[in-house]
Design a protein around this ligand. Structure first.
Ligand SMILES: NC(=O)c1ccc[n+]([C@@H]2O[C@H](COP(=O)([O-])OP(=O)(O)OC[C@H]3O[C@@H](n4cnc5c(N)ncnc54)[C@H](O)[C@@H]3O)[C@@H](O)[C@H]2O)c1
Length: 248
């Protein structure tokens, strides 16, 4: 089949967008895959949907244990579940700051902690976190979201250092704007959705949004034994948005 025959993987937030594309891609590479999501019933076969709220430690622990029992262990964890936030530093109250960090940052730590015991006894253990271009480029109206993704980048490097001696690799991917249901919801709120879509396309030097499948391919590489010497990095999947400076 592919590069992940015989391996097992869990993908948080895998019922939609980047997470769903990733779960299907890992499955296509030969892995047995469980999706941990608030909406597990949306998940198509052969993926195994398990209800999980990454903000609730009890829910995370039982979902990770259930996934490991059903799959026969956990080789790969993809920490993808995340939520957005719009506005400047003045536009979100303390409760919203706490909510977004709880999902986007502490959620990754909770799921990783719950999976560590299984990863330690896996043959090819790897964690891939889903970060964002917002971690490294200043985007307008994204103060809270960017701060949370900056934390994901730092967390990725710290986890990579902590667990390298246990053989566990930890990396992240940093997508540019990816055409997922999330962006659909964002466009629906815009005064002029078509103009907003054109602006989001133009922000990538490629002139278009990133696809969920392109992010899934990058995650699949970092998660696979083929990336055995790669840890502590952020792989950009951003149409050149971070690194290129084009002339008009
Ligand atoms: N779409 C983009 O432009 C883009 C760009 C860069 C990074 N990202 C990141 O990619 C990831 C996925 O984004 P997407 O665009 O596919 O979004 P999406 O909204 O299509 O999917 C997010 C999934 O996460 C799940 N989820 C949300 N809160 C959860 C919780 N508390 N517990 C469990 N599951 C939960 C949702 O149910 C949903 O299935 C996020 O971490 C996001 O920050 C997205």
């Amino acid at each position: 089949m592919g590069g992940m025959d015989g391996l097992t993987a869990i993908v948080t937030g895998g019922a939609s967008g980047i997470g769903l594309a990733t779960a299907l891609h890992l499955s296509g590479l030969g892995a047995r895959v469980a999706v941990l999501d608030l909406h597990p019933d949306d998940v198509p076969a052969p993926l195994l949907g398990i209800r999980c709220d990454v903000t609730d430690r009890g829910s995370v622990t039982s979902a990770v244990d259930d996934a490991a029992a059903a799959l026969g262990g956990i080789d790969v964890l993809v920490n993808n579940a995340g939520v957005g936030a719009i506005g400047t530093v003045a536009d979100n109250d303390d409760a919203e700051w706490a909510r977004v960090f709880d999902v986007n940052v502490t959620g990754m730590a909770r799921v990783s902690a719950a999976a560590l015991g299984y990863l330690r006894s896996a043959r090819h253990p790897a964690i891939v976190n889903v970060c964002s271009i917002a971690a490294t480029a200043g985007l307008p109206q994204r103060a809270l979201y960017s701060a949370s993704k900056g934390a994901v980048l730092s967390l990725t490097k710290a986890m990579a250092a902590d667990h390298i001696r246990e053989g566990i690799r930890v990396n992240c991917v940093s997508p540019g704007t990816a055409d997922t249901p999330w962006i659909g919801r964002l466009l629906a709120q815009a005064a002029d959705p078509e103009a907003e879509r054109a602006a989001l396309n133009a922000r990538q030097p490629t002139g278009r949004m990133v696809s969920a499948d392109e992010v899934a391919q990058a995650i699949g590489y970092l998660a696979s034994p083929a990336a055995g010497s790669t840890t502590g990095i952020s792989l950009a999947v951003d149409g050149g948005m971070q690194e290129l400076r084009l002339r008009k």
